[in-house]
Design a protein around this ligand. Sequence first.
Ligand SMILES: Nc1ncnc2c1ncn2[C@@H]1O[C@H](COP(=O)(O)OP(=O)(O)OP(=O)(O)O)[C@@H](O)[C@H]1O
Ligand SMILES: [Mg+2]
Length: 353
Amino acid sequence: MLLLNKILGFFSHDMGIDLGTANTLVSVRGDGIILDEPSVVAVKRGTNKVLMNGQAVGSAAKAMLGKTPDGIEAVRPLKSGVIADFDITEAMLAYFIRKVHKRRWGVRPRVVIAVPSGITTVEKQAVYSSAERAGARKIYLIKEPRAAGIGAGLPVEEPQASMVVDIGGGTTEIAVMSLADIVVAKSLRVAGDSFDEAIRNHLKNAHNLHIGEQTAERIKTTIGSAFELDEEESLEVKGQDVTVGLPRSCIVTSQEIREALRHPISEILRTIREVLERTPPELSGDLVDTGLTLCGGGALLRGIDRLIEEETGLPATIADDPLTCVATGTALFLENLDRYSAILEAEEDEGHS
Ligand SMILES: Nc1ncnc2c1ncn2[C@@H]1O[C@H](COP(=O)(O)OP(=O)(O)OP(=O)(O)O)[C@@H](O)[C@H]1O
Ligand SMILES: [Mg+2]
């Protein structure tokens, strides 16, 4: 069995997966990040049968969100950072693994998967089973903030505090780490999706306009902000009149979008403060100088760093490539699997209990 595993390992590409609510990134040992696709799958409506026309998964499927005809449905199988639809997640993973292996059937890679720090045992089990049935030979789970910290180049193994705030699609992960371990962490199910939702509600209440998820996300990424802009902006938005049901457009400003985002952002700020309050004093002291590092797509919301600095008094740095930190972290784990396996093994055993 051991020998067989060795042989399989020799032929397979070990993979790191950032299975995100919004985006799934796959890295391969030696090659870095080789796949970066939205976590969206097109299925036959009411079933979990993936459409088999080559446009069923990833960006092509995301473009269908909210625009599908009767027989088809575009689904996001992860919600709030965890698997909401088991079968579709498995189909998505299987698709990505196959794509990476370029149809080399029978190859069963070892896989490192990044999961939210607040994942429950049941949720962990779901990730394991999905990856197993999708073809993984050995599965290691790594907590997202740890992967993010490593990917962002923080000295997480040193006896000093490193703090990460990862604002993703479904979850915000806040963690203080030292000596390669998480000392204090909190995973909050408020992140980019909540921002989109807040924008949709605002359009409905203030402009009597229904807009879809994708439009809300576009508003957020073009004129969205968390802190006053030097020059405020505006944008024409198209949707459906709530009362008469007809298509219509309206103009929204960056000020009103900022106001709409105030509530979900304040929840994130409150949780950052909570984590800081629970941090032991020695590590707290370190943070005065090193501050915190922002990653995840939400770190790209304009002014979020400035707002956090103002609210916490700590320096906030946006990671170099906030959307890929976790995937880069899983890739570095793969490169150093032998060195890290002790930590990973421990997490694996936990998950299999
Ligand atoms: N420029 C931008 N401004 C604001 N938000 C952005 C920007 N670019 C991307 N985002 C948001 O970032 C989120 C996706 O980030 P990311 O890929 O880190 O999430 P994820 O890892 O898939 O989710 P999770 O970690 O919660 O499972 C989406 O909500 C997206 O709208
Ligand atoms: Mg993420």
